[in-house]
Design a protein around this ligand. Structure first.
Ligand code: 4AZ
Length: 826
């Protein structure tokens, strides 16, 4: 250690002599070094800033088109390898290059221009241009390229008679996701519509193999001059939509520029979703852009040509009539203006009712309607709207429709009606909004007018309760734990004293007893809505993890959160999700869409057609009602060989469709306690002879845990092909209805004590909405907060169908959950 120190000479701090002697020379050196160092740093900094930031070259691609006025279109221009194309492309290219050269903000940075296509009018040339521009000049390049006027005007051709007279030179920055592969033409297709024929095209590999990753595909679609194109995606299944997911984009141009984009499609669409698009000219471009991950089936599309539309709109006269946006329910064409002048007989007034209304442009708030809109007087309407009425105080009304160059929607379907100003809704009730509703809906306890005007200033009947806000609600709804009045006045008189908790069965317990691990209510409701992963003593109402531990959280199964330490609450959760993200926009009615209820099964008995419903809960198991398999009129319905189960079915007439799966039944297990007099334990499970394949229209529903709580008042969905009226015939299209879970005590009073703990009532007490004969065995579905769907019940019985105060009765699934597990292992 010491050896080292011996060799070190320390300068004595106070040795001024030594310091002074070296002083001046050393200071100069130090100063020079510092100055040089600072200078070098400054220069380096400047150079770095200059080359790395200010002067760094940015690659930019613009897509554009221009019109050549003094040139006629030839068919050969559709083929980019024809000599005619090559010759004209060369001329256009040199013209474009000259235009650029004449602009100081453009010329120096231009690298390459490629003419990609021509179309009629006289000739429209489509091109892309690539630039390499220093970062600090990028903005001025963008500005110069965006200035349509200056591009042509600045170009003063030196020749008095230029070979090409060009006009409308427009260019837009290319979408970054497609800017860098513009030169790869391995997935480019050019198609021309043939007179009176439909032309199909698909993504590469469709339907046998999914489309490739990192692909950029172009389909240029053309029609004869003075025609337009109608393009329909017959099926489309892409990666679920995110900012950088795979997508298909359709342009009303041959150039992929945003201001001419008609639609961006991603994810999957129910087959009934209208995916028909129209062009405004005789060209269209379809692009497919895919990223690095995820391969999906892709699309199959068809297109054909149509004569260019005559002017839309016009004069409409008479008492009533209908009108729609052009090509409704297809997407209306871009760049369209229609004006309808509606005139009803004098002395009458006129109103227009929009039954469907979809005039939505991405990113445009409905308060501004700056792009596509409907205008009546000076008010503009846009976006997605449910039925609405616009009335006039004269016998005339003018309806204008405008669509701009980009993004189109399916438009509207409207009717006009004449009315007497003294009686706007003959035989009906008039909402303050002008809408007419059935008289029976006035003061019935339900809001039918969007503004609630049908429930204001009502005189309540004997059976009704008067809310503080003046509304009348059925007395049965008082104290049912649901705020039916809107101001909670129906739940006030029955609430528990302060610092106590109201149980689901109406009992009051001290607040302190809530979530203490003890069932103080007697129905477990004080222990039901406790949050957190706290492990609590196991009770009938606590969820049991696979580890055997119990947790206090209510309904933890498949809610997307890990609640059990072993995550067993999130096991077996491939259920209860529909495949189609975008549903159809079928408005009104109760017809289901294809794939809307993919667990719904139709059970057909040999020679008799549809008899009962059932629900798919796994590839091989169905849940249905035991009463469907009783011996009746000498027929042994319990015999599995009698039955065929149809899955993926929506319309009973389409049982032979490719995506419908028919299965024979291996065995039927009815609950041994099923009582065919009381319908207690009305449940059965059925095993399929061969498992089904899950698909976009065949998916299982989630089975709830026995502890799952479906709260009173919750909206549930019932579906089936049963009778659409009591004693009526079955539906051919799967029907759906939204109904409410009714308090067990209230319902037991209504149904003269016929309910057992295996039953629950669900319906609308004012009548009109219910399951009926033929729906039996079918699902009663709850959409949980996680948006996953659970089987809450099985259609069982009822006192008739849809009658006032006679809700339908359903088998309570949670009470029979253990039996289902014993039989199926699920
Ligand atoms: C039936 O006969 C039936 N209103 C099913 C449900 C209801 C009534 C009857 C409920 O299968």
């Amino acid at each position: 250690m010491n050896n080292l120190e011996e060799g070190v000479e320390f300068l004595p701090a106070m040795n001024s002599k030594k310091m002074e002697k070296r002083g001046p020379k050393r200071r100069v050196v130090v100063t020079v070094v510092i100055v040089v160092f600072l200078l070098i740093s400054l220069v380096t900094g400047l150079l770095v800033w200059h080359f790395k930031y200010r002067n760094v070259a940015v690659r930019k691609v613009f897509n554009g088109h221009l019109r050549v006025l003094n040139w006629d279109f030839l068919d050969a221009y559709e083929n980019s390898s024809s000599p005619e194309f090559i010759m004209l492309a060369r001329k256009v290219k040199s013209t474009v290059e000259e235009i650029y050269r004449n602009h100081a903000d453009i010329g120096p940075y231009h690298k390459e221009t490629v003419i990609t296509a021509f179309s009629e009018g006289s000739v429209i040339a489509y091109y892309w241009s690539e630039f390499l521009v220093p970062k600090y000049r990028e903005e001025s390049l963008d500005r110069a390229m965006a200035d349509k006027q200056s591009l042509v005007q600045r170009w003063n051709p030196r020749l008095r008679n230029p070979m090409l007279k060009v006009e409308s030179v427009v260019a837009f920055p290319a979408d970054p996701s497609i800017a860098y592969s513009t030169r790869d033409n391995s997935c480019m297709f050019a198609l021309h519509a043939r007179e009176g024929e439909v032309t199909s095209f698909t993504t590469p590999g469709f339907p046998n193999s999914p489309y490739p990753n990192n692909a950029l595909c172009y389909w240029t679609l053309r029609a004869d001059a003075s025609s337009i194109i109608s393009l329909t995606f017959k099926t489309l299944e892409l990666e679920q939509c995110t900012d950088d997911s795979d997508y298909v984009k359709v342009y009303n141009s041959l150039s992929p520029v945003e201001p001419h984009a008609l639609v961006r499609l991603c994810g999957n669409y129910a087959p009934s979703y209208n995916l028909t698009f129209l062009s405004s000219q005789n060209v269209m471009l379809v692009t497919l852009v895919t990223n690095r991950e995820g391969r999906f089936p892709g699309f199959k599309a068809e297109f054909f040509q149509l004569p260019k539309m005559r002017a839309c709109g016009g004069t409409l006269k008479g008492e009533s009539g209908t009108f729609t946006t052009p090509y409704y329910p297809a997407h209306y064409p871009p760049a369209t203006d229609c004006v309808w002048n509606i005139e009803v007989p004098s002395k009458k007034n006129v109103k227009v009712r929009f039954n469907t209304f979809f005039v939505l442009e991405p990113g445009i708030p409905v308060s501004s309607c700056t792009k596509d809109y409907v205008q009546i007087n000076s008010t503009r309407y846009c976006g997605e709207r449910s039925q609405f009425v616009v009335a006039s105080t004269t016998n005339k009304i003018e309806v204008r429709f405008h669509s701009d160059q980009s993004y189109t929607d399916t438009g509207f379907s409207a009717e006009y009606l004449s009315y007497d100003s003294s009686d706007p809704c003959p035989g009906k009730f008039t909402c303050d909004t002008g809408r007419c509703i059935d008289r029976r809906m006035h003061c019935d306890g339900w809001l039918d007018c969007v503004d609630g005007s049908d429930e204001r200033s009502c005189t309540c009947t004997e059976q009704q309760f008067r809310c503080q806000n003046g509304w009348c609600k059925p007395k049965f709804w008082v104290c049912d734990n649901v705020n039916d009045c809107g101001d909670n006045s129906d739940e006030l008189q029955c609430s528990c004293p302060a610092d106590s908790f109201k149980c689901n069965n109406g009992k009051c317990v001290p607040e302190a007893q809530k979530c203490d691990g003890k069932d103080d209510c007697g129905d477990g409701s004080d222990e039901g809505s406790c949050t957190g992963q706290a492990t609590v003593p196991c009770k009938d109402y606590t969820y049991k993890c696979r580890s055997g531990r119990c947790i206090s959280k209510q309904n933890p199964e498949c809610d997307g959160e890990q609640d059990c330490g072993d995550n067993s609450d999130e096991d077996n959760c491939s259920c209860g999700i529909r495949s189609y993200v975008r549903k159809s926009r079928i408005v009104g009615g109760q017809n289901s869409d294809v794939g809307e209820w993919p667990w719904q099964v139709s059970l057909h008995a040999k020679g008799q057609g549809h008899i009962c419903g059932a629900s798919l809960v796994s590839p091989s198991w169905l849940v249905s009602a035991a009463h469907c398999f009783l011996q009746l009129q000498g027929i042994r319905y319990s015999d599995p060989s009698l039955w065929t189960a149809y899955l993926g079915l929506t319309n009973q007439g389409n049982r032979n469709d490719a995506n419908v799966q028919a299965r024979k039944i291996k065995r039927i297990i009815s609950h041994p306690y099923f009582n065919d007099y009381t319908y207690d334990y009305d449940i059965a499970v059925m095993e399929l002879q061969t498992p089904v394949t899950f698909s976009s229209v065949v998916q299982p529903i989630c089975l709830p845990d026995a502890t799952h709580n479906f709260p009173v008042g919750k909206d549930l969905w019932v579906t089936g092909w049963g009778a659409t009226a009591e004693g009526g015939s079955g539906a051919s299209i799967l029907q759906k209805a939204e109904i409410r879970l009714i308090n067990q005590t209230v319902c037991n009073k209504l149904l003269t004590d016929q309910l057992t703990p295996r039953m629950m009532c669900v319906g609308i007490l004012t009548g009109g909405v219910d399951a009926c004969q033929g729906d039996s065995g079918g699902p009663l579905v709850s959409v949980e907060p996680s948006s996953r769907m659970f089987l809450a019940g099985v259609v069982s019985w009822g006192d008739g169908c849809a009658q006032r105060n006679k809700p339908g009765v359903y088998t309570r699934l949670t009470s029979l959950r253990a039996w289902i597990k014993e039989q199926t292992g699920l």
